[in-house]
Ligand binder design. Sequence first.
Ligand SMILES: [Zn+2]
Length: 399
Amino acid sequence: MAKVVADDVPEAQLVRLLSDLVAIESVNPAYPSGERGEGAMAAFVEDYCRRLGLDVSRQPVLPGRDNVLAALRVPGARRTLLFEVHMDTVGLDGLGGEGLQAAVRDGRLYGRGACDAKGALASMLAARELLLARRNELGVNVLLLASVDEEYQYRGILRFIDSIPGDPSVDAAVVGEPTELRVVVAHKGCVRTRITTVGRAAHSSRPEEGINAIEHMAGVVAALREHRRTIAERRHPLVGNPTLSIGRIWGGTAVNIVPDRCTIEIDRRTIPGENAAGALAEIDAVLAGLRRKDGSIIVKREEPFVADWALDTPVDTAVVRAAATACRDTGVPGGPVGVAYGSDASKLWALRGIPSIVLGPGSIAQAHTDDEYVPVAHLSLAVQVYARTAMHLAAAISE
Ligand SMILES: [Zn+2]
C-alpha cells in the first residue's frame, strides 16, 4: 500500500483560491448574462497548472470555449486516473455582480459556483500540488480535465470522450460535483421531449365541426399518468424508481376557436438499466395505444431535446474502493450512495465503460440557488480525499 498524503494545504490558501475562481465569471452562454462563457476560467486553470509544471493542453469544443487538460505523468505508471470538473456555472440571477464576490460567513464561502463546481475545482487544483510532491510514490498518472458546458449540453465531456482512447487513455474517473464528500456511484439519467396533439380549428359556436386538440391532450396526459404508475414499480437499490413529470403545456389561440394544437413537455428520469431510447419507445407504445382506441387522435412525439445517461459504476471497482479508503482515512462518510441529479460521470461510464464516481465539497441543495455556498471545512477535506484516492488507486488496481 502506497504511503498516503499526510500534509495539508492551508485553509486560507484554499479560501483565496476559491475566491479567485468565484471572481472569474464563467456563466454558461445558455443562461442569461452568460456572454463570456468559460474562456477566462480556462485561461486561469491553464496558467495555474503550467506554473505547477504540469503538461497542459487545450481541447477546442465551441468558439472561445476550450476544455483544459493538465497531465501529471508518473514514470513507469501504466494506468491513468482522471479528475474531471466543469468550469461553467448557471446564471447570476438575483445575485448580480455580488455573485462574483466571494464572502466568507459562519464557516461558509458564498458566491456563484462556490459549490457547483468551483469548490471541487479549487480542491482538485490544490490536490495536484500534494500529488506533484509525491510523484515518485504515486503509481498512476493523474489527468485533470476542466470542461465546458456541463450546465447545458455537456459538450465538453462529450468532446473529451470522442478523443479517447488517447494518450494517456483513462482507466477511472473522479468527477467533482457537490456530494457532501460522499462517494456517488449511481445516478439517474434523463430524457426530455415534446408531444403534440393535432386537431382541426373551428368556430366555438360550432365545435362539432372541429377536432379539439386540448381535449385529445387530456387523454394523453391521463395515459402518461397511468404509465408513470407502471414504471414506478421498477426500482434500483441506490437511486430508487424512474419518474415521469409533465412540466409544460400550451395550446389554442383564442377562447372562441376550437384549438387545433396542444403541446406538452415531459421529463422522464431513467434509472440504471434503462436508457433514453427504451424510455421513448415505451412512451410511443402509450401513444400507439391511444390511437388504437380513438382513430381521430393525431399525436406526435418530437425527437428528444435532452437525452442523458444514468450512472451505475459497480461498487467493487478499484476507484470506488480507493475513494472509500480515502474517505475513511480523512474521516468523512464516504458511501457508496446514489443520487437523483446527473453529472458528467455518466457519459464516461455509459459511452466508454470508464468506472467513474462523483465526489466533491458542498451540497447539491445549494447548487443553482441564490444562496450558493460551500462549507469552508469541506475544501481541505476534499483536497485530502482527492489526493488520497489517487494514492490508493494504484494499490487497488494491483490487488
Ligand atoms: Zn455541477
